[in-house]
Design a protein around this ligand. Structure first.
Ligand SMILES: O=C(O)C1=C[C@@H](OP(=O)(O)O)[C@@H](O)[C@H](O)C1
Ligand SMILES: C=C(OP(=O)(O)O)C(=O)O
Length: 477
C-alpha cells in the first residue's frame, strides 16, 4: 500500500537467524524538547546568571525544529565540540524585541512535531510579540484548538490563517489549528483556564509550562473524559519540581505556582520509546538485544517495555552498571519456542491499556504473535502524526493480517503475513513498525524510511547494524 508514490521504498532487512546485538539508542525526544523549554524559561529569568548545558541532546527533526523556534524567539543555542548544547541568558525584552519590533510576524515552523506545535506557542505567549505558526500538511489537521482557547482565556490574540497565511474566520463548529497568528503582550494574568484535553496530553504539559511565567498561579481545569498519555504529564510535573516549580493536583485540575528557573546542566536519557523497535527485534526473532545506559529510574513511558515484553513471552533483565548506579543495561531475550514450520512462536499480549506512543511497536509485535492482543485507551492516536489506528489496520491487513479498529484501539489476531509494501504516512513509528514486521516476513518494503528522522535520523543504519551484527556473530561462531 502506498501513501505517496513519489517516495522511495526501503527493503526491510530480514533476520535469517535470531538477532543478537547491543544498540546505543539516541536521546529522548520528549525529554530534549522539555529541557529546551526549561532552558528558555531559565534564559528569560532576570535573576539567572548560569547557562544551561544539555549533554547528549537529541539531534533530530523534532528537536531541530524546537531549537529553530527558540532561535526565532531570540533564544539562541551554541553547540560545543562534544555535541552538548548551551543556552545563555537572554532578557525577556531582548527576546521579545524579535517578535514585537519586527516589521513582519516572526515565523515558527512546527514540522509535524506535536511538542513544537504545543510548547512553542506557550513560550511565544510568555515572551510576547507577533508570530505565525505553521507546519507540514499533516500538522494542519492535528488538534490545537483547546490549547489555543486556553491561551485566549489568558488574553493572547489568536487568528486562524489560510494556507497562504491570510487571516480567515473559522466556520461555525470548525476548530482552530495550524496555521495561526499569535499576538501577545507577554504579560499573562494566571487564574483559571478551562479546556478539554482528551485529544492530547501535550495541551496540559504546555499549560504547565505556561504557569511558570504567569503573573499569578495558574489553575488548569480539564473538563473532558480521561486525559491520554498520563506518563507524559507526570514527566512534565516531575521536571518542573526538579527545577523548583511546584504543581499542586494530579488532574483533572492542576495549579502551578509561578517561579524562576535557574540555568542547569543535565544529560538527556536515551529514548526508551525508540528503544522499543530494537527490543521488539529480540521478541520477534527469538534473539537477544541489549540497550546500555538504560536509566534505573525514569519518567519515560518506554520504561514499560520491562513489563510489556514479558507478556509476549520475552525475558527482560536489568543489569545495573558497575560504576554508575543511575543506569544499567536492559536485555531482552525472545521466546525460544518454534511453530511446526520452524518460525519463532510467542504469545500475544492479551489486553494492553493506554500504551500511547508505544502502540505502533506493540501492534507490529502482536501481528507476529501466536495469540491475540487488544490495545485499548488509544483513541487519541487518530490525531498523531497520522491516524495511527487506521494506518496500522490498513497496512497490517494489506499483508494478510487481521486487525480490527475499535472505538478506542485495535484488536490484533495473528494471521500469516506475506511480502508487500508498508505505507509509513510520514509517521516515524509506522516506519519502524514496518521494519519490525520485515525482520520476520521476507519481502517487506517500507515507504519513506527517512521519515524516522523525526526522532531518530540514524534509524536505517542502527537497524542495519543490528541485523549485521547478528550475521557477523553467526558467521564468526
Ligand atoms: O509530551 C510529549 O512529549 C508526548 C506526549 C504524548 O502525546 P499524546 O498525549 O498526544 O499521546 C506522546 O504520544 C508524544 O509522542 C510525546
Ligand atoms: C505522537 C508522537 O509525536 P508528537 O510529539 O509529534 O506528538 C510520537 O512520537 O509518537
Amino acid at each position: 500500500m502506498t501513501t505517496n508514490s513519489a517516495l522511495e521504498y526501503w527493503p526491510a532487512p530480514v533476520a535469517h537467524t535470531p538477532v543478537r546485538a547491543s544498540v546505543h539508542v539516541p536521546a529522548s525526544k520528549s525529554l530534549t524538547n522539555r529541557y529546551l523549554t526549561l532552558a528558555t524559561l531559565a534564559a528569560l529569568n532576570p535573576e539567572n546568571t548560569a547557562p544551561t548545558v544539555l549533554h547528549n541532546p537529541l539531534a533530530s527533526r523534532d528537536s531541530d525544529l524546537m531549537v529553530q523556534a527558540l532561535a526565532a524567539m531570540g533564544i539562541t543555542m551554541t553547540e560545543a565540540a562534544d555535541g552538548s548544547w548551551q543556552f545563555n541568558r537572554a532578557t525577556k525584552t531582548e527576546a521579545a524585541a524579535q517578535g514585537q519590533e519586527a516589521a513582519a510576524p516572526v515565523y515558527i515552523e512546527c514540522g509535524l512535531a506535536g511538542t513544537v506545535m504545543r510548547f512553542a506557542p506557550v513560550l511565544a505567549a510568555l515572551i510576547g510579540g507577533d508570530y505565525i505558526f505553521d507546519g507540514d500538511p499533516g500538522a494542519r489537521v492535528r488538534p490545537m484548538s483547546e490549547l489555543l482557547s486556553a491561551l485566549a482565556q489568558q488574553g493572547v490574540e489568536l487568528t486562524q490563517l489560510d494556507e497562504q497565511h491570510n487571516p480567515i474566520t473559522c466556520a461555525a463548529g470548525q476548530e482552530m489549528t495550524l496555521p495561526f497568528r499569535l499576538r501577545s503582550t507577554g504579560s499573562l494574568p494566571g487564574g483559571t483556564v478551562t479546556l478539554d484535553s482528551t485529544a492530547t496530553s501535550q495541551y496540559i504539559t504546555a499549560l504547565l509550562f505556561l504557569g511558570v511565567g504567569t503573573e499569578s498561579p495558574l489553575t488548569i481545569v480539564h473538563t473532558g473524559a480521561k486525559v491520554p498519555s498520563p506518563d507524559h504529564i507526570d514527566m512534565t510535573v516531575q521536571l518542573l519540581a526538579e527545577h523548583g516549580i511546584s504543581v499542586a493536583g494530579r488532574g483533572p485540575r492542576w495549579t502551578v505556582t509561578p517561579g524562576r528557573i535557574a540555568g542547569f546542566t543535565t544529560t538527556v536519557e536515551p529514548d526508551l520509546s525508540n528503544a522499543g523497535p530494537f527490543l521488539a527485534a529480540a521478541v520477534v526473532t527469538g534473539g537477544t538485544v541489549s540497550v546500555p545506559h538504560w536509566p534505573a529510574r525514569t519518567t519515560q513511558v518506554g520504561d514499560q517495555w520491562r513489563t510489556l515484553l514479558p507478556r509476549f513471552g520475552a525475558r527482560v533483565e536489568f543489569t545495573p552498571d558497575a560504576h554508575d548506579s543511575s543506569v544499567g543495561t536492559l536485555t531482552v531475550t525472545g521466546s525460544s519456542e518454534q511453530d511446526p514450520d520452524g518460525r519463532v512462536s510467542f504469545p500475544g499480549g492479551g489486553t494492553i491499556s493506554d500504551a500511547s506512543e508505544l502502540a505502533p511497536t506493540l501492534a507490529a509485535i502482536a501481528a507476529l504473535a501466536n495469540s491475540p492482543t487488544t490495545l485499548t485507551g488509544i483513541a487519541h492516536l487518530r490525531g498523531h502524526e497520522t491516524d495511527r489506528l487506521a494506518a496500522l489496520t490498513t497496512e497490517i491487513n494489506a499483508l494478510g493480517g487481521s486487525v480490527v479498529e475499535t472505538a478506542d484501539g485495535l484488536q490484533i489476531t495473528p494471521a500469516p503475513l506475506q511480502a508487500g509494501d508498508f505505507g509509513s504516512y510520514h509517521d516515524h513509528r509506522m516506519a519502524t513498525a514496518g521494519a519490525i514486521i520485515g525482520l520476520a516476513v521476507p519481502g517487506i518494503r517500507v515507504e519513506n524510511i527517512a521519515t524516522t528522522a523525526k526522532t531518530m535520523p540514524d534509524f536505517p543504519q542502527l537497524w542495519a547494524d543490528m541485523v549485521g551484527e547478528t550475521a557477523t556473530a553467526e558467521s564468526g561462531s
